[in-house]
Design a protein around this ligand. Structure first.
Ligand SMILES: NC(=O)NC(NC(N)=O)C(=O)[O-]
Ligand SMILES: [Zn+2]
Ligand SMILES: [Zn+2]
Length: 429
């Protein structure tokens, strides 16, 4: 086991420090003046960040390239080309005014891990690749996992049919404008069938690790998730001349639906959660009875059957509200992600790596969605979590202690070393 530990302690410390600097550097792409980071899919800040990451990968001696949809890969070629790759990484996109760490930490830690391994240990047996996935959040377009979805073959250009942002720009138009022309590529052109394992490091985005005072979390399973868009249509009319009894107020109806969603979710109890995160009053103005409202619905549960059953019950109730108020309700399901278990063997190896360095660790499920959820069904996949201060994420307040970022980085390096340079992965893949 002794030779399976990456040896150069001094250089590992040096790369750990650099990793923190690179994380700050990446946060300058899409930095908002009031704090926070916004890098929405195919926007200028996103494109600049992906290009800069590609250059950074090349600078570390990795073979780097964009794929057809804008994922960026950095490859550390192994000596045995017949072995499947170990892929590590996360997503580069953020939510609107998000933090510096969500996604970015995984990209940067993976990138610097490969830089360290190449510099100190040279060519691995098995190819190791870093990926900066182009999109995970679904923040600009109501379609999440565009990047990992293409790599795993779950998404195709056809999945984007009818998908546009709030300005009406379609996903495929935005993609073309950023330089990725669907016409130049086949339907599943970014798909990979040579990935042996996927390992993602990410901030926890919850407070379990902080409360339990553990530096590392090893994810057991990722929660299932449904995302929907609900459109409520009534009658737009004059606010002064339309009596209260003669209105078909789309917003009043939507408000009742939002409150019902909350109360039904409370009644159901954890681990189910349901959220209305965005509500748009179309052409809303003070002296007009709202004629159309659009809102989002996000439903999550660790048990898919219970998640689906809740959705069905909720939609029935929302339709009843619409009927009673003489409103029309239209729903579109944009995402249906099944709960996915992470790979036991890799997870055990991550925990063993933590023990090697004396990092306190624990297993825990993830209530947030992750790209690992898409890789899980196609290859052994695992996730490493580091604590989030106050459990805060999707906010400029997102913060993780540098010591914890480094602990996660070193754990990742250790596992990648074992899988890429040693024979550990052969037991699993
Ligand atoms: N880790 C995340 O913040 N993921 C988010 N995004 C997706 N696609 O799940 C979410 O909403 O949980
Ligand atoms: Zn996120
Ligand atoms: Zn994330």
């Amino acid at each position: 086991m002794a030779e399976m530990t990456p040896t150069s302690v001094q250089e590992l410390a040096q790369y750990s420090k650099q990793m923190l600097d690179v994380l700050e550097w990446l946060a300058t792409y899409g930095a908002n003046p009031e704090g926070g980071v916004t890098r929405l899919l195919y926007t200028e800040s996103w494109l600049q960040a992906q290009r800069a990451l590609l250059a950074k990968m090349e600078g570390l001696g990795l073979a780097a390239n964009f794929d057809a949809v804008g994922n960026v890969y950095g490859k550390l070629q192994g000596s045995n080309a017949s072995l499947k790759s170990v892929l590590t990484g996360s997503h580069v996109d953020t939510v609107q005014n998000g933090g510096k760490y969500d996604g970015a930490y995984g990209v940067v830690a993976s990138l610097m891990a490969l830089g360290y391994l190449k510099a100190v240990h040279g060519t691995p047996r098995r190819t190791i690749e870093v990926i900066s996935l182009c999109e995970e959040e679904g923040s600009r377009f109501p379609l999440a996992y565009w990047g990992s979805g293409h790599v795993t073959g779950v998404r195709s250009y056809a999945s984007a049919a009818g998908i546009a942002d709030l300005e009406g720009t379609t996903l495929l138009e935005a993609m073309g404008e950023a330089g990725f022309k669907p016409a130049n590529a086949g339907e599943h052109s970014a798909v990979r069938d040579d990935i042996g394992a996927y390992i993602e490091i990410h901030i926890e985005q919850g407070s379990v690790l902080e409360v339990k005072q553990k530096q590392i979390g090893v994810v057991t399973a990722i929660v299932g998730q449904i995302r929907m868009t609900v459109v409520v249509k009534g009658n737009s009319n004059h606010a002064g001349t339309t009596p209260m009894t003669m209105r078909r107020d789309a917003l009043a109806g939507a408000a009742e639906m939002v409150v019902l969603t909350e109360s039904m979710a409370l009644e159901e109890g954890g681990p189910l959660v349901a959220t209305v995160g965005r509500l748009d009053v179309k052409r809303g103005t003070s002296n007009v009875v709202p004629g159309e409202v659009e809102f989002t619905l996000d439903i999550r549960h660790t048990d898919e059957r219970k998640m689906d059953a809740f959705r069905t019950r909720l939609l029935t109730k929302l339709s009843e509200i619409a009927k009673r108020r003489e409103l029309i309700i239209e729903t579109v399901e944009n995402l249906h992600a099944s709960p996915v278990a992470m790979h036991q063997g890799i997870s055990d190896d991550i925990e063993a790596a933590c023990a090697t360095y004396g990092f306190g660790s624990m297993k825990l499920p993830s209530g947030a969605g992750h790209d690992a959820q898409l890789f899980g069904p196609i290859c052994p996949s695992a996730m490493i979590f580091v604590p989030s201060r106050g459990g805060i994420s999707h906010s400029p307040e997102e913060f993780t202690e540098p010591d914890d970022l480094i602990a996660g980085f070193q754990t990742l390096v250790h596992v990648l070393y074992q899988y890429g340079y040693g024979g550990k992965a052969d037991e699993i893949l």
